[in-house]
Design a protein around this ligand. Structure first.
Ligand code: PGA
Length: 253
């Protein structure tokens, strides 16, 4: 079975103390991760080491960065390189979250560079894609998301692509409490997988983990994750609450 992942995205929330408590609370609650399941915590940069230490003895639990530089090193004030992340033992990076695209002008070309640099350093990019409300209303979401994948991922070899996790996050569902229905999520995930199959073949497409993101919570995770092409979730708001996130972890197939 392909990897099933519950990924927390803390965004720019929590103090160090609050972050420590949240991780302690989650670790203390009963949750089980089968061999094909993972929990990932994308925490703010200053907390990476703290979080890494907290989960050190945990199986199938990973700490992720929320972003990285597209450059290797040098005079790029304020940026964080893959080499730095690697030196902390971080091997997962969220790439191209819609908030990065919208507020920091990250485009498909730049994100292709970030994906490349992750792969060069053996890190797993969680590559985010998804359409805004006006695109969904115009009914052109499939073509829009296709272009995001084409321009940021389709230069990769089949071997490289299989190291990427894709997160489909319709922007109209992020932080709005307005979740895509499980049918809408499944429809897009199946579309993404058939695109991947068209370019890389069925075997490769069936190996790629595709997460859904946008108002995932304890009460809807099971229904969303039960869809055949939904392999878990990228979770913002609900990942800041230990009970909610543990319920989400326990909803993985
Ligand atoms: P949300 O955020 O769960 O708060 O909607 C999801 C995300 O932005 O990754």
């Amino acid at each position: 079975m392909r990897k099933q992942i519950a990924a927390a995205n803390w965004k720019m929330n929590l103090t160090l103390e609050q972050g420590e408590k949240l991780l302690d609370d989650i670790i203390a609650k009963p949750h089980e991760l089968a061999e094909h399941q993972q929990a990932v915590f994308a925490v703010p940069f200053p907390y990476l080491t703290m979080a890494q230490q907290k989960i050190a003895s945990k199986q199938n639990v990973y700490i992720a960065a929320q972003n990285c530089s597209n450059k290797k090193s040098g005079a790029y004030t304020g940026e964080t390189s893959l080499e730095m992340l690697q030196s902390l033992g971080i091997s997962v990076v969220v790439i191209g979250h819609s908030e990065r695209r919208e507020y920091f002008n990250e485009n498909n070309q730049l994100l292709a560079e970030k994906v490349n640099i992750c792969l060069e350093y053996n890190a797993t990019p969680i590559f985010c894609c998804g359409e805004a409300l006006n695109i969904r209303e115009a009914g052109t979401q499939n073509a829009y998301v296709e272009k995001q994948l084409e321009e940021s991922l389709f230069h990769l070899s089949a071997e490289q692509l299989q190291k990427v996790v894709i997160a489909y996050e319709p922007i109209w569902a992020i932080g709005t409490g307005k979740t895509a229905s499980s049918g809408q999520a499944q429809e897009m995930h199946a579309h993404l997988r058939s695109m991947l199959a068209g370019k890389y073949g069925n075997d490769v497409a069936n190996n790629i983990t595709i997460l859904y993101g946008g108002s995932v919570k304890g009460s809807n995770a099971k229904e969303l994750f039960s869809q055949p092409d939904v392999d878990g979730g990228l979770v913002g708001g609900a990942s800041l609450n230990a009970d909610e996130f543990v319920t989400i972890i326990n909803s993985l197939k």
